[in-house]
Design a protein around this ligand. Structure first.
Ligand code: SAM
Length: 373
């Protein structure tokens, strides 16, 4: 018999299942128990609802080797996230009770339980459903009935598996858990056999557990008194515009790059012959050609009733009001005053704080340097 090849591979189908559950239910705080190489966590950090991501595994080496895939890249500093995001990896056993795993919206246990001996499974179920008590739990585990369609003749799919359950065994265990700990459970799975096969169920069976109650403050605060046993091996905070420092950076980058373009365009119109641009300034009064070509959001801003740049003394003035009309800047700042405060100290403002001031002679000096040069 030809061995079944899943497309996409089975592990990808499990990750896709978790991703689509998350996209539907939008949990903010998510932990993956038995996270191994952190592959699922790596995918989940891109889900825009997630603000706190936690991984736990008993294999410290693997966490140390693979944890780096969860650290922020330079691009994250250039383009900070809209939401806050922290990622923490813990070395520890899922059979232990640690307050670090309290208050989660979702815990995933993908191909984990079959690695636990009976005694550990009992500790785990109490730690998971009784202590951690997240709002939802996803558990996937091999369905042994499917093994007839797999080519391998070994007893279990992996040498470290302590058991592999059929559908009835898994469902009996899961329903027992849901009764004991007041959850509701539904069953599904991923990895289907072809239509010509006998009914063997999914290759990976999945239980979706949803908590039926709200935990009391007293119960939570009692659990928080437990002594932590997990050891943190990675804790990273992603740059986010929820952090004032990064918000300021994003706003200033957007506003000042637009201001530079307004200034450049104004200069081009002011000295049309000098840079070979014969465009008539009067024709371009309302529609700066350079800006409208490169910066659509600025075009929107300049088309609104905001003040155009102007010359006062020997300086070009770019009104802050014009920059505030840029939709992204307006959205991030909320008010003109916030924008003005962010600019203060970063760039020269006019005495009344209403415009950015660019001295004209600097440009002329540069021009004459170049022509002398
Ligand atoms: N969840 C991973 C995925 O979908 O890519 C793969 C899980 S792997 C098959 C099982 C993982 O569970 C291993 O990384 C193993 O170290 C971990 N594990 C086994 N017993 C554990 C325990 N008591 N506490 C924490 N992790 C455990």
């Amino acid at each position: 018999m030809e061995p079944i090849r899943f497309k996409p591979p089975l592990y990808e189908q499990r990750y896709e299942f978790v991703k689509s559950y998350i996209d539907t239910h939008k949990p903010k705080k998510v932990a993956d128990l038995g996270c191994s190489e952190c592959s699922l966590l790596h995918k989940l950090k891109f889900r825009s609802c997630i603000q706190e991501l936690v991984g736990v595994d008993i294999d410290e080496d693997i966490l140390k080797r693979k944890g780096y895939t969860l650290t922020p890249l330079p691009v994250h500093y250039l383009d900070p996230l809209e939401r806050p995001l922290t990622v923490t990896l813990y070395h520890g056993s899922v059979c232990e009770k640690d307050p670090a795993l309290l208050g989660l919206d979702l815990i995933t246990c993908i191909e984990l339980i079959e690695h636990l001996v009976t005694e550990d499974l009992e500790k785990f179920q109490d730690a998971l459903f009784g202590f951690m008590a997240p709002d939802a739990v996803l558990i996937s585990t091999p369905n042994v009935e499917f093994n007839v369609l797999l080519s391998d003749n070994s007893r279990f799919r992996h040498p470290d598996h302590k058991f592999e359950w059929n559908r009835k065994e898994f469902q009996t265990w899961a329903m027992n858990m849901s009764r004991t700990y007041n959850y509701t459970v539904e069953f599904t799975g991923v990895g289907e056999a072809g239509p010509e096969s006998q009914d063997v169920g999914y290759c990976s069976q999945i239980g979706i557990f949803t908590k039926n109650y709200m935990e009391t403050e007293e119960s939570i605060s009692n659990k928080k008194k437990y002594k932590g046993v997990y050891r943190s091996v990675l804790h990273v905070v992603y740059p986010s515009i929820q952090d004032e420092r990064y918000l300021r950076k994003v706003v200033l980058t957007a506003a000042l790059s637009h201001a530079e373009c307004i200034k450049a365009n104004f200069l081009r119109n002011l000295f049309p012959e000098e840079d070979g641009d014969q465009t008539n300034m009067a024709d371009n009064k309302d529609k700066p050609p350079v800006l409208s070509k490169w910066l659509p959001s600025l075009q929107t801003a300049t088309e609104s009733n905001t003040r155009p740049p102007f010359l006062e003394g020997d300086a070009i003035h770019v009104p802050i009001e014009t920059l505030f009309a840029i939709p992204r800047v307006k959205e991030l700042c909320g008010s003109l005053d916030v924008l003005r405060n962010m600019m203060n100290g970063e760039i020269t403002l006019s005495a009344d704080g209403s415009a950015i001031v660019y001295p004209l002679h600097v440009e002329n000096d540069l021009d004459s340097d170049m022509s002398n040069g």
